[in-house]
Design a protein around this ligand. Structure first.
Ligand SMILES: Nc1ncnc2c1ncn2[C@@H]1O[C@H](COP(=O)(O)OP(=O)(O)OP(=O)(O)O)[C@@H](O)[C@H]1O
Length: 625
């Protein structure tokens, strides 16, 4: 991570907080930032963390606190209410979990309370599972007598009762689940008022936008005045301000800035690229990126609709590229299992529909139903999960490349998508496929990232490792295969996949109750089509690929091997050795014309507008198959 600068503002009213922040922002980065960074470079020991926690972190390969952890942990240990805003992937979860656990350590010998004394509220079930996993391994490795549980609205009441029977200290849940627990008599508001000591609102910028306002109000009405409240978020928004006023008392406001005083919402360790192509040519371009292996695995591909996800999967599998699909209509167990498998490195490509677009699709589906339901009763109708959230906050492990196959609908959507790579101290890259129809939104994203003063700076540069010639060599095959992926085949595959996953989901539930560590039972990147890919599509002959792209592909593979990723690797661990070799990333040093130039050079063979090579070969379409 680059230089980090924090602006702690203690015990002042919100208005004053803003004032101090403004003053801080006017300072010139230079010396002040350097000094502050030196000041901030602290170890976990220096932050006052319990040795058991430090040992547990070390076992997980976490040796050094991230900037947000360095700053937030001491304030939280002191008992202050804290608002912490730091970009995606900066380690906010441990920033609150570590001090939260440490505070509970000192209570662990005492008599159990009638209700959990720490609540962590998150906006989606996936996040619930993620935070629960994180807190569980910490408790296990610290060997302390603490119990954490997770509850979600979809759980049967009997399961909720069982979960709470052991009087857990920590409850991880969504805001919607708490009123449900009150209504079902599973949780008692009076007992919570008596027991609650720490309340965390994680991904606070999303809690209100997910429609949890009423739920949150019913929770806050029973939060005792003495309760310490923590609010973690990746962006600022009026929603965060609203929550801050609703729940916190004179909070310390921490805002992470990196590199300079200018706010950079995307981590600087993520290189952002783009490719200009027509909407029809997106299949061709993604095929070229994946088949010619010019992007590093693992790859997370975002699309805007579920149907597009299936189209892409069916298309890619004809070329022997296996992908898994993640979307809001899949059963919860399947979704969690897909995430676990992807994080464990069981497959390299995941196609995800992000939550932003569910509403759109929900509406589309509703519209379809109105018009067509009577006409077409057998038509497949998806039911989406309102608590689903793929993009926001989910910690996809070791994703090296994020591809925007479809451009996101908003700047924040872009930031959250890109934030799935380059997490904590790792590096990553993103490639956005931009069609003319998406150009306006893309320009908006670019100017937001560049900021007012820096309008002309190219933060998102043309992708340098793919020549137009290489792309064109695949055109004939791609267009031929794309024609075979019809709307009917997409719909059938989608319905079939859902049916399979519902069956799997039941199997998964019972299986994982008995074998929580067994990840191999069901593979989620299996083929949808009944026929195996034909060899002539699966293996692209070398003569089809131009020398420059071949070289680029070799370098990507070499870099991958140097980074320790040449074989599928597990999700955990943060080996220093691997990190130190990341300088070998060819995207930093190579472009498709063979010259070694850094990022931002636009790459020879790439026009400034993101289009492919202009070296004279560009227009020669090679219809070779
Ligand atoms: N000090 C650290 N050193 C190395 N890795 C860390 C450290 N702290 C956290 N991580 C890892 O970094 C990844 C990102 O952390 P986390 O999910 O907490 O980020 P975040 O700030 O909450 O991101 P988002 O806003 O997207 O939710 C996780 O895999 C986590 O285990």
């Amino acid at each position: 991570m680059g230089k980090a600068k924090f602006k702690p503002v203690d015990d002042v009213k919100p208005e004053e907080v803003e004032k101090v922040e403004e003053v801080e922002e006017q300072r010139d980065g230079g010396e002040v930032a350097e000094e502050e960074e030196e000041e901030k470079e602290k170890s976990f020991e220096e932050l006052g963390l319990d040795p058991r926690l430090i040992r547990a972190l070390s076992k997980k390969g976490i040796e050094k606190p991230t900037p947000i952890q360095q700053t937030a942990i001491p304030y939280i240990l002191e008992g202050k209410d804290v608002v912490a805003r730091a970009k995606t992937g900066s380690g906010k979860t441990l920033a609150y979990l570590l001090p939260l656990l440490q505070k509970l350590f000192s209570d662990s010998g005492r008599k159990k309370k009638p209700a959990p004394c720490a609540f962590v509220l998150v906006p989606s079930r996936e996040l619930c599972q993620q935070v629960y996993t994180e807190v569980s391994w910490l408790i296990e490795l610290c060997r302390v007598q603490l119990k954490a549980v997770q509850l979600t609205s979809s759980m049967p009441v009997s399961d909720m009762r069982n979960a709470l029977a052991g009087l857990p200290e920590i409850l991880v849940t969504t805001p919607a689940c708490i009123p449900k627990c009150f209504a079902d008599g599973v949780l008692d508001p009076a007992a919570i008022s008596e027991s609650l000591e720490i309340l965390v609102l994680d991904e606070a910028d999303l809690l209100l936008s997910y429609g949890y306002e009423d739920n949150l109000r019913s929770v806050t009405s029973i939060v005792p005045r003495r309760c310490q409240c923590l609010l973690m978020s990746a962006t600022t928004s009026s929603d965060v301000e609203k929550l801050k006023k609703l729940i916190l008392h004179n909070p310390v406001v921490l805002t992470l800035q990196e590199g300079s005083d200018k706010e950079e919402p995307v981590p600087s360790n993520v290189q952002q690229f783009w490719i200009s192509c027509s909407a029809q040519d997106k299949l061709l371009h993604i095929l070229a990126l994946l088949k010619l292996e010019v992007v590093q695995k693992k790859v997370l591909i975002f699309i805007n609709t579920i149907d597009m996800g299936f189209k892409l999967k069916l298309f890619l599998e004809k070329f022997g590229i296996k992908t898994a699909i993640l979307n809001g209509e899949l059963p919860q167990n399947s979704r969690l299992h897909i995430l676990e498998q992807f994080n464990a490195g069981l497959f390299d490509y995941l196609i995800a529909t992000d939550d932003n677009n569910q509403t759109k699709e929900k509406e589309e589906v509703k519209g379809d139903d109105n018009k067509e339901s009577k006409k077409n009763k057998r038509r497949f109708k998806p039911k989406l999960d309102a608590e689903f959230g793929v993009v926001r906050g989910i910690d996809f492990k070791k994703v090296h490349t994020v591809i925007n196959y479809d451009m996101p609908q908003s700047v924040t959507g872009y930031i959250h998508r890109i934030g799935r790579t380059g997490r904590a101290y790792s590096s990553g890259s993103s490639v956005s496929l931009v069609s003319p129809g998406e150009m306006e939104g893309f320009e908006e994203i670019k100017s937001f990232l560049a900021g007012e003063e820096d309008k002309d700076s190219d933060i998102i540069t043309p992708f340098p490792l793919l020549t137009e010639n290489a792309v064109e060599s695949l055109r004939y095959r791609a267009e031929d295969v794309a024609k075979s992926v019809t709307k009917i085949s997409i719909r059938e595959s989608r319905a079939q996949d859902l049916r399979n996953e519902i069956i799997n989901s039941e199997k998964l539930k019972s299986h994982f109750e008995a074998n929580p560590r067994d990840l191999d039972l069901l593979k989620h990147d299996k083929l949808l089509s009944k026929t195996a890919p034909s060899p002539h599509l699966r293996d692209i002959p070398e003569y089809l690929v131009d020398a420059k792209t071949q070289e680029a592909s070799k370098m990507v593979k070499l870099a991958r091997a140097a980074m320790g990723n040449s074989r599928r690797s597990g999700g955990g661990g943060n080996s220093k050795k691997k990190r130190s070799r990341k300088g070998g990333d060819p995207l930093k040093t190579f472009n498709a014309n063979g010259s070694k130039r850094g990022r931002g050079g636009g790459g020879v063979g790439q026009k400034k507008d993101g289009k492919g090579s202009s070296d004279g070969l560009a227009n020669k379409k090679q219809k070779t198959v």
